[in-house]
Design a protein around this ligand. Structure first.
Ligand code: ADP
Length: 438
């Protein structure tokens, strides 16, 4: 028999599965029979609907589970791939990590370091790795490391270590301390990098620079000696030619007299060439006398020297407001003088218009000397900065020795700047150059 609560909580009608009525049921019950069947069918339909829904949800859940499983497999395989790549990187690039305890004793080094030292982790641990250092380097490096441990500053050192091929390799080691919540160092972590190749390149470069400086010095010494030694015989040839002409002037054919004049002229020209070569070779040899040079003052003094040349051709020289630059004032004067002389000398049909521009950048000053002269064809842009290279050999119209621009280049480069040319034949030239701000 159903309990009181069950009877109360059940919906009206009979529960499923209980026999409906006996044949002897009352006529009232018989009358309710079709309604109960309908109710039963409705509930059956509801149950089927619920079943279908549940099945669909189950199917959906199964699919989601399957896709989640596939995702997991994909992610696992991606993770494995990433791990494999990291391992490969660790094995193949000359880079790895290390970890030491607070006392500086090694606890971990990555595989690349094991490979480099041909030791296993157990052998390396503590200070075992120092067995692979050159014996004479162990004590100084350890002293530095031990005293560094107290500073809590970033560690950086380069040291040599014996590689698998029996050759010493250079390792760069960098590390930082890790602190606990009380600010005490718990351990040190860092990286090491095999910089042997870089070191070799640096050493080769330094060697080249040394050789270059040596050969440069020798060359300058040679130029200086040669030009000095050449001057004496040259003066003597010039003197003899002059004396000869004076002694036998009345007996000379006009042609012979002209020859002697030519000798005299050539000797003078060669004397000037030698002198300029000597000046060029000695340029800045004593070292730069750096001061804070107001370029305005440098220019004023150059313009005083050029006054007659400027007035002779009615040249107009303008300039931007000029800065104060840390430089050798005499050499800077020489630089502006050469560029301005050329701007006047290589003028076109119109009177020369020359402008000195300047603009700053973060680290340097950009100067430019612009003229409206005959210009230069692009094919000569490099050549004209070489000594004794002249594009115009017509001495009567464009007198010169071909040393001016080579001197400019040397002065600018000695100050750590660069000089170049922008020009089109017939349309003027610009000589831009840079000077460092500091
Ligand atoms: P120089 O003027 O004594 O010949 P430089 O070294 O000063 O020697 O110049 C080299 C050559 O560059 C000159 O012979 C000339 O042909 C060319 N040059 C220099 N400055 C200019 C200029 N402002 N315009 C045109 N050509 C120039």
């Amino acid at each position: 028999m159903a309990s009181r609560e069950e009877t109360q909580s059940k919906p009206p009608g009979r529960p499923l599965g209980t026999p409906l009525h006996t044949v002897s049921a009352s006529s009232e019950l018989l009358a309710r029979w079709p309604a109960e069947v309908t109710e039963l069918r409705r509930r059956l339909a509801d149950a089927e609907q619920l079943l279908r829904q549940t099945q669909a949800e189950l199917q959906d859940t199964r699919e989601r589970l399957r896709s989640a499983l596939a995702d997991r497999t994909r992610m696992e395989s991606r993770l494995r791939e990433t791990e494999r790549r990291f391992q490969l990187m660790d094995e193949s690039i000359p880079f790895g990590e290390w970890m030491c305890d607070a006392e500086g004793s090694l606890e971990y080094a990555s595989p690349s370091f094991l490979e480099l030292t041909q030791m296993n982790l157990e052998e390396l641990r503590g200070f075992g790795w120092t067995r692979r250092l050159p014996p004479e380097d162990v004590e100084p490096l350890m002293r530095r490391w031990k005293s560094h441990l107290k500073t809590a500053e970033t560690w950086e050192a380069e040291y040599r270590i014996l590689g698998p091929d029996g050759q010493y390799r250079t390792v760069l080691s960098r590390g930082k301390p890790i602190f606990d919540e009380n600010g005490a160092i718990t351990c040190w972590v860092g990286i090491h990098l095999d910089i042997t190749a870089r070191k070799q390149v640096e050493m080769n470069l330094a060697e080249h620079v040394r050789k270059l400086a040596r050969s440069n010095a020798e060359l300058e010494q040679f130029a200086s000696a040669v030009s000095h030694d050449l001057r004496a015989p040259l003066t003597s040839i010039g003197g003899c030619a002059h004396l000869l002409k004076e002694m036998i002037a009345d007996r000379l054919e006009p042609e012979a007299s002209e020859f002697l004049d030519n000798i005299h002229e050539s000797v003078l020209h060669m004397g000037r060439l030698i002198k300029s070569l000597l000046t060029y070779a000695r340029l800045g040899k004593q070292g730069l006398k750096l001061t804070d040079c107001p370029i305005e003052r440098v220019l004023t003094s150059v313009l005083v020297d050029l006054r007659s040349a400027v007035e002779a051709v009615n040249a107009r020289i303008t300039h931007d407001p000029l800065p104060v630059v840390r430089a050798d004032e005499a050499l800077l004067g020489q630089l502006f003088q050469n560029l301005l002389e050329n701007a006047i000398k290589y003028r076109g049909q119109d009177p020369p218009l020359v402008h000195i521009g300047v603009r700053p950048s973060e680290n340097q000053w950009f100067f430019s000397v612009r003229d409206n002269g005959i210009g230069i064809d692009q094919q000569h842009f490099e050549r004209i900065f070489l000594i004794f290279q002249r594009l115009h050999n017509d001495e009567s119209r464009y007198p010169g020795l071909g040393v001016g621009l080579a001197t400019c280049k040397k002065i600018v480069e000695q100050h750590g700047g660069q000089i170049w040319l922008e020009s089109t034949a017939g349309a003027g030239s610009i000589f831009p150059f840079t000077l460092p701000k500091k």
